[in-house]
Design a protein around this ligand. Structure first.
Ligand SMILES: *Cc1c(COP(=O)(O)O)cnc(C)c1O
Length: 496
């Protein structure tokens, strides 16, 4: 029996896993979701004997069941290799009263590597399976981390071009430099004058532009996506939640069946949705704690049932979470709407036209797995300093949002459940904010000038990703108005 995917805006619009990966977004503008969320077919005890890659196979085969064993194992082996600086691929560290699941040991030192190192292989395998001859153009909007991780994954992959749009002025120095120095003849980076939501909306509009798609087809191109709207991004992210639970079990921190909390610093709602899918697989979960920065649209949603993006967009020290339209929430909305695609579509249309929607009580009642929290900029800085002072552990600003939300949650609820915080970026990626939080004397000093100092303070080896980055040659310099994104794509593909 093959697991089909269906669109959140038209339940009759179905695709196999490989077709859904190829398309990225469904043609009706919806997102693909599994018709039925799968369950693990092996026991948690059995999983304790497996490596990260072996667990990845056990999890991903359930979601991507039109891939053969060889195809999937081949993708996994190519993805999770020495690009990661730890054989475990990710690390679970106990610090004080909580566990940090470090997901930043890949090539670009953010958690996006966990999925984007495998997505190119899933995509090219999917193209082969479906006998697609067109060149695949990956269109991606990034709030800073996806862009670099996607380009690193797709650089010089035959049969692909990748175009990344990022908010010029809305990312950290290190993030920007990482993107602008990307090698590979098929990689293209474009700064836009708008913010991340503008970039993401612009990309979605191109995906849904039939005339543009026809023009591309005539030239032998087709679009796909490396954003977490692509299920090929989401599925690999389920793996590390399973891995972390299994790791706790193996180290006798919990007994089989004990519940854990997952605390996730959230922007586009992809990472926390993966945790929700892990719960549905059979991982015992108490609460999924959704942590926002000052762009706290999700905190308000979980507390009131109203999703309202009509508010000021705030540039924070956790730029990868500066998002007011959390795309992947649509997958959850569809589920709690009883998989009623018309109901979901109505809400998404209200979001588009009025910038907000409200869910009804029956839907609200189905959100009890989730807790929303947020941290202000001052609280984030305080958290970095406190954890460093108490436990000598240096975390990045995104992780600190989640860490603060967790500590507040624990103080308020007295919930002693073993908790895992998704640690989504290396502090080296946000050195100015991190070091400025630790000591006033570093305030305002530029990212690159603080790298050696961060190494001294934290004792953590300087990652390859930033070593030598400051002096690396800049290879991209395209900037465009938000309104000119389509024109820019055509110019890059030479189809104007
Ligand atoms: C992308 C990103 C996030 C947000 O993840 P979502 O899946 O968009 O919710 C958090 N932290 C970092 C460092 C990121 O790069």
């Amino acid at each position: 029996m093959s697991l089909m995917y269906k669109s959140t805006r038209d339940s009759n619009n179905t695709a196999t896993a490989s077709e859904a990966i190829l398309q990225g977004l469904a043609t009706d503008g919806g997102l693909y979701v599994p018709e039925k969320l799968p369950k693990l077919s092996v026991s948690l005890e059995e999983l304790t004997k497996l490596s990260y890659k072996e667990i990845a196979y056990e999890v991903m085969k359930l979601f991507l069941d039109d891939f053969t064993e060889d195809e999937l194992k081949n993708c996994i082996n190519k993805a999770y290799d020495s690009k990661f600086d730890t054989e475990n691929i990710c690390e679970l560290k106990k610090v004080g009263d909580v566990f940090y699941l470090e997901l930043f040991h890949g090539a670009t030192i953010a958690f996006k590597d966990m999925a984007l190192s495998i997505l190119p292989h899933l995509l090219t395998t999917s193209a082969k399976k479906n006998k697609i001859e067109d060149k695949i153009v990956i269109l991606t909007a990034t709030s800073g981390d996806t862009g670099k991780a996607a380009m690193a994954g797709f650089a010089d992959v035959p049969g692909t071009e990748i175009i990344v749009f990022y908010p010029k002025g809305g990312v950290s120095k290190v993030q920007e430099k990482q993107m602008l120095t990307q090698t590979g003849a098929n990689t293209h980076v474009v700064g836009i004058t708008g913010n991340f939501d503008d970039a993401q909306t612009g990309v979605k509009v191109m995906f849904n532009n039939e005339a543009l798609k026809e023009e591309l087809k005539a030239k032998g191109y087709r679009f796909s996506s490396a954003n977490s709207i692509n299920i090929g991004r989401l599925v690999p992210q389920v793996v590390y939640y399973v891995y972390s639970y299994v790791n706790l079990l193996k180290n006798n921190e919990i007994k089989a069946g004990d519940k854990v909390n997952f605390v996730v610093p959230t922007g586009n709602f992809g990472n926390i949705l993966a945790a929700f899918y892990a719960k549905n697989l059979g991982i015992p979960v108490n609460k999924l704690i959704c942590a926002s920065n000052e762009n706290k649209v999700l905190f308000d949603f979980f507390n009131t049932g109203v999703y309202d993006r009509n508010r000021q967009f705030i540039l924070t020290t956790s730029p990868s979470m500066d998002i007011l339209i959390s795309s992947n929430l649509e997958r959850l909305i569809y589920m709690i709407a009883g998989e009623d695609s018309d109901k979901n579509k109505g809400l998404m249309e209200a979001l588009k036209t009025e910038g907000k929607y409200e869910i009804d009580d029956s839907m609200k009642a189905l959100l009890s797995d989730f807790i929303g929290g947020f941290a202000s900029e001052d609280q984030v800085a305080e958290e970095i300093k406190n954890v460093f002072t108490d436990d000598n552990y240096v975390m990045d600003t995104h992780t600190a949002v989640a860490s603060r939300v967790y500590h507040d949650y624990k103080a308020n609820t007295k919930d002693e459940t073993v908790s895992v915080i998704a640690s989504t970026a290396s502090p080296y990626k946000f050195a100015t904010s991190v070091m400025g939080a630790i000591d006033d004397k570093y305030k305002g000093v530029e990212d690159f000038a603080l790298i050696a100092e961060l190494n001294k303070v934290s004792g953590v080896k300087i990652p390859k990703a930033v070593d030598g980055l400051e002096t690396a040659p800049v290879l991209h310099n395209t900037v465009c108005e938000t309104a000119d994104m389509e024109k820019t794509v055509k110019r890059i593909l030479d189809i104007i």
